[in-house]
Design a protein around this ligand. Structure first.
Ligand SMILES: Nc1nc2c(ncn2[C@@H]2O[C@H](COP(=O)(O)O[C@H]3[C@@H](O)[C@H](n4cnc5c(=O)[nH]c(N)nc54)O[C@@H]3COP(=O)(O)O)[C@@H](O)[C@H]2O)c(=O)[nH]1
Length: 824
C-alpha cells in the first residue's frame, strides 16, 4: 500500500509530476506507435525488396541455366547452383527438371531427389512457395523458347533483414527515448512555471488557513493562473470583509449584551409595550423578578401615579416624532417605594420602518437626587433659618419680575432689618442671637402666603417678596403696607431667648416692582434704601420707597466714581487753618489743621462735608486719608527748612476707618521717614467715634506713635462718647472743644458750662485745650478767661492754601494782639 502510495505520489504527487508523467507516457506511446509503424513499414519494404531481388536472382539463374537444363548438363548446372549459393542470405539454389528431380543443388546431397512442392507446371511465372519469417522460398520456371524445361528454386534467409530491422528498431527506440526525455523535461519546465504560480496561491491559501487573512497572491499576467489568483484574492477580500462584519456584529452583540447588563435598569418591550426582556439591574432596582415582569407593561409595573396621563402622552408623541425620549420620571419599586430615575426610551424599527420594539433605560438617581437636594439646600438656603438665601431670592425675583410683567400684576419687596440686633447678639451671646433670627424667620413666614417668599440675606437682614398684588399701583402699595404692618406687629412681640425675654424691633423698607422692565437688583436696592429711610425715621417703622431718595443714591454713586477719578487726577488740595496760642502776653501761630478741599474741574472748590461722609461709606477715605497724610508730611518737610516755619505743627484728621487699618502705624511712620519730618510736628486728630470698639487697640496704636513723637488731639470733644475712663488711658496731648459749644458759648449757659467743664477736665488730665470755631474776639476772651489759650477759627483765618498760609502767617495773630488779651 505504501509502495503503491509512494509510486502514486511519485507520479501524481504534484501537478508538475502529473504533467511530466502524463506527457511522458502519452508522448512515449505515440512515439512507440510511430516507431512501430515505421519499423513495420521498413520491414515490409525490405521484405519486398528482398523478394524482388530473389525473384530477379531466380529468373536470372533460370535464364542462364536454360541451355544447361535442356542439355541436362548436370555439371554445369551444379556449378551455377554452387556459385549462386554464394550470394548473401542465399540458403540454397536448386535446379530441377520439369518433373521436379533435382538436377543441381547447392547442397549436393539432394542431387537426383524429387521435390513435390513445386508449382503447377502450367505456371510459367516465378512462384513464391514459402514466405516465412525466416525463409523466402520461390521457384522460377526455366524456359527455353517458350518451353518449360524445369525450375530454379532458391531459398533466401532473413538474417540480414532481421538485423536491419533490429537496427531500425534500435534507432527508433533511441528516438523514442530521447523524445520522451525531452517531453518530460519540457513538461517539467512547463509544470514548474505553472506550479510555481499555483504554489504562490497555495502558500497564501495555507497562510489563510492558519489564520493570516491579510495575505494576498501577488501575480501578474492574464493567464488562467493570474485570473485564478485574482479570483482567489477577491474571494479572500470578500471573506475578510464578511469576517470583519461578523466580528463587528459579534462585537456589537457582545457590547449590547454588556451594555444591557450595566448598572442601569434596562428592558426591552414589544411594539405593544409588553416587556420581553429585562436585565439583572431591573430586579435589583425595581424588586420585580424577570419572570414576573415579562409580559407586563412598564406603566403597570413601575407607574408611580406621580405622573399624569399627559406625561405619558408626551412621551409617546416624542418617541413617535423623534424616535426616542429622555427625561426624569418617578417610578415605583415592588415594595411601593417611589424613586426618581433618568429614563431613556428608544424605538427600534425594522428595515421597512415598522416599529418593532422599545428599549428602555432607567438610571435610578435617588441618591444623586438626595445629594443634589442637599447641595441645592446648601446653595439656595440659609443654613440657620432654612429660608431661601440671597441666591434663591434673586432667582425667584427674576421669575417674579417676568411673571409680573407678563401677567400685569405688581409685586412688592419688603426689606426687613432688625434694629438692635448687634447689641442683642453681643449681650445675649451668639447662640441666642441665632435663636432670635430663627424666631424672626418663623414669624415672617407666618405673615405671608405660601406663594410668597421669605428670604434671609445674611445677618439680621430679611426680605419678603410678595407676588400677584393688584395691577393698580396705589392698591398694590396698600396691600404691601398691610403685610408690612403685619410683619411689624409680629416682630414686635417679645421673644423668649433662653431665660431672657427681649424685644427686637424691625425697620422695614417697601418697594413695588413689576410695572417696568428693570434689572433684578434695582427693586432690592430700592427696598434697602427705603429700609434706611425707615431707620432714619426713628426705627421700628416701615417706609415705602421714596424716589427722591433714589435720586440721592444715584448722585451718591456718581460721586463715588468722581472721587476715585479725583484721586487719580490729583484734584484734591490741602488747606490749612492756623492754630493760635496766646499765653503770658505772647501770641503765636503754633501750627495748622489740615483740611482737605476738592478742586473740581467744573464745580470749583468743594468742601469736605460734601464728600468725606461718602468717602467713608465707600472706603475711599483710606486712599484719601493716605494722600492727606503724605501731603501734610511734605508740607512739614518744606517748612522744616525755613527757620520761621520749622516750629509749626500740622494736625491731620484721621477717620476711624483709616485709623483701624491694620498697618496704620506703619503708614504714618513710613510717611514721616520718607519726608524726614520730625514726628513731633505731626498731630493726629482722632474723634470719639473711634473709641466705640477696640479701644485697647486704639490706645496701643496711639502709644506706639506717641513713642515716636507723634501727638494726638481729641477732635469735637464733648459731642460723642466722652468716656472719662478711656480719656484717662488715651495718650492725648490736646482736647479740642467742638465749635458747636464755642458758637453759643456767650449766649447759651449750657454750652458755656460744657466749655468750662472741658477746660477743667483738660487741666486736670494735664492736657492742652484748643477751642475751634472761634469767630469773635468776645468768644476768644471768654475762652481765655476760662483758661483756654489756644484757638482756631475764622477770627484768625478761614482754611487757606499753603502758599496763602505762609504769606499771611504774621497776620494770623492780629486778632489776639488787637484784643485786650494781648495786654493781659
Ligand atoms: N477725615 C478727614 N476729615 C476731614 C478732612 N478735612 C476736613 N475734614 C472734616 O470735614 C469736616 C468739615 O471740614 P471743613 O469744611 O473744612 O470745616 C472745617 C473748618 O473749615 C470749619 N471751621 C473752622 N473754623 C470755623 C469757624 O470759625 N466757623 C465755622 N463755621 N467753621 C469753622 O470747621 C471744620 C473743622 O472741623 P474739625 O475737623 O472738627 O476741626 C470736618 O469735620 C473736618 O474734620 C480730612 O482731611 N480728613
Amino acid at each position: 500500500m505504501s509502495r503503491h502510495f509512494s509510486l502514486r505520489t511519485l507520479l501524481l504527487g504534484s501537478l508538475r509530476r502529473q504533467l511530466m508523467a502524463g506527457m511522458g507516457i502519452v508522448v512515449s506511446l505515440m512515439m512507440a506507435m510511430l516507431v512501430w509503424q515505421w519499423a513495420a513499414r521498413q520491414h515490409a519494404d525490405l521484405k519486398n525488396q528482398q523478394t524482388e531481388q530473389a525473384i530477379a536472382l531466380a529468373e536470372s539463374i533460370a535464364l542462364s541455366s536454360s541451355v544447361w537444363v535442356a542439355s541436362r548438363d548436370v555439371a554445369g548446372l551444379q556449378e551455377i547452383a554452387t556459385n549462386s549459393a554464394g550470394y548473401p542470405d542465399v540458403r540454397f539454389v536448386i535446379l530441377l527438371d520439369r518433373q521436379g528431380q533435382v538436377l543441381a543443388h547447392s547442397d549436393p546431397a539432394f542431387l537426383g531427389k524429387f521435390m513435390p512442392d513445386l508449382p503447377a507446371s502450367a505456371s510459367a511465372e516465378t512462384t513464391i512457395i514459402q514466405n516465412a519469417s525466416s525463409l523466402l522460398d520461390l521457384a522460377s520456371p526455366v524456359m527455353l523458347d517458350k518451353e518449360h524445361l524445369g525450375w530454379v528454386r532458391i531459398g533466401i534467409g532473413r538474417t540480414q533483414l532481421d538485423t536491419r530491422i533490429k537496427e531500425l528498431l534500435k534507432s527508433g527506440l533511441i528516438y523514442l527515448f530521447s523524445g520522451a526525455l525531452m517531453i518530460v523535461f519540457f513538461a517539467s519546465v512547463t509544470g514548474r512555471y505553472f506550479t510555481r504560480r499555483l504554489s504562490a496561491i497555495s502558500r497564501v491559501a495555507e497562510a489563510v488557513r492558519t489564520g493570516d487573512t491579510s495575505q494576498r497572491v501577488s501575480m501578474r499576467g492574464t493567464d488562467e493562473a493570474a485570473s485564478l489568483a485574482r479570483e482567489f484574492n477577491n474571494m479572500l477580500d470578500t471573506l475578510q470583509q464578511r469576517e470583519s462584519e461578523l466580528m463587528q456584529s459579534k462585537d456589537a452583540l457582545r457590547i449590547a449584551a454588556t451594555a444591557f447588563e450595566s448598572n442601569d435598569v434596562m428592558f426591552v418591550c414589544d411594539a405593544q409595550w409588553r416587556i420581553l426582556q429585562v436585565n439583572r439591574a431591573f430586579e435589583r432596582v425595581t424588586g420585580y423578578t424577570p419572570e414576573y415582569a415579562v409580559g407586563k407593561t412598564p406603566r403597570d409595573l413601575l407607574g408611580s401615579n406621580l405622573q399624569r396621563q399627559d406625561f405619558y402622552d408626551t412621551v409617546d408623541e416624542t418617541i413617535k416624532a423623534h424616535g426616542s425620549w429622555q427625561g426624569e420620571v418617578w417610578d415605583k419599586r415592588s415594595n411601593g417605594e417611589t424613586f426618581p430615575a433618568w429614563s431613556t426610551i428608544t424605538a427600534v424599527k425594522s428595515a421597512s420602518g415598522q416599529l418593532t420594539h422599545y428599549v428602555a433605560n432607567l438610571s435610578d438617581f435617588s441618591s444623586r437626587k438626595a445629594a443634589e437636594n442637599e447641595i441645592k439646600t446648601l446653595v439656595y438656603y440659609d443654613a440657620l433659618t432654612m429660608l431661601p438665601n440671597r441666591r434663591m431670592l434673586m432667582d425667584r425675583l427674576t421669575t417674579a419680575l417676568h411673571t409680573a410683567l407678563s401677567q400685569q400684576r405688581l409685586g412688592a419687596l419688603l426689606f426687613v432689618d432688625l434694629d438692635d440686633f448687634k447689641t442683642l447678639n453681643d449681650t445675649l451671646g451668639h447662640h441666642q442671637g441665632d435663636r432670635l433670627l430663627q424666631l424672626v424667620a418663623e414669624r415672617l413666614q407666618a405673615c405671608v402666603r405660601g406663594a410668597d417668599t421669605v428670604a434671609r440675606l445674611g445677618g439680621d437682614e430679611f426680605v419678603v417678596m410678595l407676588e400677584g398684588l393688584s395691577d393698580n399701583r396705589p392698591d398694590a402699595a396698600r396691600q404691601a403696607e398691610q403685610v408690612a404692618a403685619k410683619v411689624m406687629a409680629a416682630l414686635n412681640v417679645p421673644y423668649e431667648l433662653g431665660s431672657a425675654v427681649r424685644r427686637s424691633t424691625p425697620s422695614v423698607g417697601i418697594t413695588l416692582f413689576g410695572d417696568q422692565d428693570e434689572l433684578i437688583d434695582e427693586p432690592l436696592k430700592r427696598a434697602d434704601l427705603a429700609m434706611y429711610q425707615a431707620k432714619a425715621a426713628g426705627r421700628n417703622t416701615a417706609r415705602m420707597f421714596d424716589p427722591q431718595t433714589q435720586a440721592a443714591v444715584t448722585l451718591r454713586s456718581e460721586l463715588e466714581a468722581a472721587l476715585r477719578q479725583a484721586l487719580e487726577q490729583e484734584q484734591f488740595v490741602l488747606y490749612l487753618q492756623p492754630q493760635i496760642s496766646s499765653q503770658n502776653g505772647v501770641a503765636r501761630v503754633t501750627g495748622a489743621e489740615a483740611l482737605i478741599r476738592w478742586q473740581h474741574p467744573t464745580r470749583g472748590l468743594i468742601g469736605p462735608v460734601e464728600f468725606i461722609g461718602i468717602a467713608e461709606e465707600c472706603g475711599m477715605i483710606i486712599p484719601i486719608g493716605q494722600w492727606v497724610l503724605r501731603t501734610a508730611c511734605k508740607q512739614l518737610a518744606q517748612w522744616s527748612t525755613v527757620p520761621d516755619l520749622a516750629h509749626l505743627t500740622i494736625a491731620v484728621n484721621v477717620s476711624a476707618k483709616q485709623f483701624h487699618e491694620p498697618d496704620f502705624v506703619h503708614q504714618v511712620l513710613a510717611e514721616l521717614e520718607r519726608s524726614a519730618v520730625p514726628p513731633r510736628c505731626l498731630k493726629i486728630e482722632i474723634t470719639e467715634s473711634m473709641l466705640i470698639s477696640n479701644v485697647d487697640e486704639v490706645i496701643a496704636r496711639m502709644e506706639e506713635l506717641q513713642q515716636h513723637g507723634v501727638g494726638f488731639a481729641m477732635d469735637d470733644f464733648g459731642t460723642g462718647y466722652s468716656s472719662l475712663t478711656y480719656l484717662k488711658r488715651l495718650p492725648l496731648d490736646v482736647l479740642k472743644i467742638d465749635q458747636s459749644f464755642v458758637r453759643d458759648v456767650l449766649v447759651d449757659s449750657n454750652d458755656a458750662a460744657i466749655v468750662n467743664m472741658i477746660v477743667a477736665l483738660a487741666n486736670s488730665l494735664g492736657l492742652n485745650v484748643i477751642a475751634e470755631g472761634v469767630e469773635t474776639a468776645e468768644q476768644m476772651r471768654y475762652l481765655a478767661q476760662q483758661g483756654c489759650h489756644a484757638y482756631q477759627g475764622y477770627l484768625f483765618s478761614k482754611p487757606v492754601s499753603a502758599r496763602e498760609f505762609e504769606d499771611r502767617l504774621a497776620s494770623f495773630i492780629k486778632p489776639v494782639t488787637n484784643s485786650a488779651l494781648a495786654t493781659n
